[in-house]
Design a protein around this ligand. Structure first.
Ligand code: NAG
Length: 248
């Protein structure tokens, strides 16, 4: 009776929200033979709502993704090349599509496969050492354009009971990714001349995949930490049965 009254006063949209506080997730049933397909739709529903922001989860509009710092080291010895990229702004992650979900609901394990068509990144970098026989100590602006990003995220969780209701808590998260095509380079190289900058850019672009391989451990660590906080925030705020119903 009361809910109906509130609905009439506030209108239909807020009424739906009031009745389902977890409106940003599609609910799935463990007994559904197509449960992975349901989880896939649920994940993409969540992505669509995240792009508008979900105040209940303290998620504001997701662009850009900001990473404070990653490092890269090439070669050993005192003249080995070391670079640090700071204040990395990446644009395009919100265009992600979850393309597959695998799950084992008895053990609360999930694997999400996702695709992002394009990411643009901008950062500041500082470097020391020698690269391609030139003294490359200095700094400047880094830019990267990445096409065809595929990632797999593995999540293992454990149910816990809080105030009589079951929630999940994150136990383990792993991820890996690949990038089909990379274009990147440096601009505004400090103390550099046009020849040095051109040489660096030629080297960077012809070795983009190898450089990515060197950046990957640090980048993965940062991304896993962002993803872990995200998942734990979801698990803390969304009761398990709002997402997956374990019918008896
Ligand atoms: C997302 O994709 C659309 C369509 O391709 C594009 O116009 C838009 O710039 C992309 N968003 C970001 C943040 O890159």
């Amino acid at each position: 009776m009361n809910i109906l009254f509130i609905c009439v006063i506030l209108g239909v949209a807020s009424c739906i929200v009031a009745q389902n506080p977890y409106y940003y997730l599609k609910q799935c049933h463990k007994s559904d033979p197509q449960v992975n397909l349901c989880l896939l739709k649920s994940a993409n529903t969540l992505v669509a709502y995240m792009n508008r922001g979900i105040p209940e989860l303290r998620l504001s509009e997701p662009e850009p993704l900001i990473i404070d710092e990653i490092g890269i080291a090439l070669g050993n010895g005192p003249n080995g090349y070391r670079a640090t990229f700071r204040d990395i702004h990446a644009y395009g992650v919100s265009n992600m599509t979850i393309t597959a979900v695998r799950s084992d609901l008895d053990t609360h394990q999930f694997q999400f496969t996702l695709y992002i068509p394009h990411i643009s990144a901008r950062a500041k970098y500082v470097s020391t050492g020698v690269l391609i026989l030139v003294q490359a100590t200095g700094g400047g602006d880094y830019w990267g354009e990445y096409d065809g990003i595929r990632a797999k995220v593995y999540v293992k969780a454990k149910p816990i009971v809080k105030q009589g209701r079951t929630y999940l808590t994150l136990q383990q998260l792993k991820m890996d990714f690949s990038i089909k095509d990379i274009k990147m380079g440096v601009d505004n190289v400090h103390n550099g001349n046009a020849v040095l900058q051109a040489a660096l850019n030629l080297f960077i672009n012809t070795n983009a995949q190898d450089l990515l391989k060197e950046m990957k451990p640090d980048l993965k660590k940062k991304l896993m930490s962002i993803l872990s906080s995200f998942m734990q925030n979801m698990f803390t705020n969304v009761p398990y049965d709002a997402w997956i119903v374990e019918d008896v």
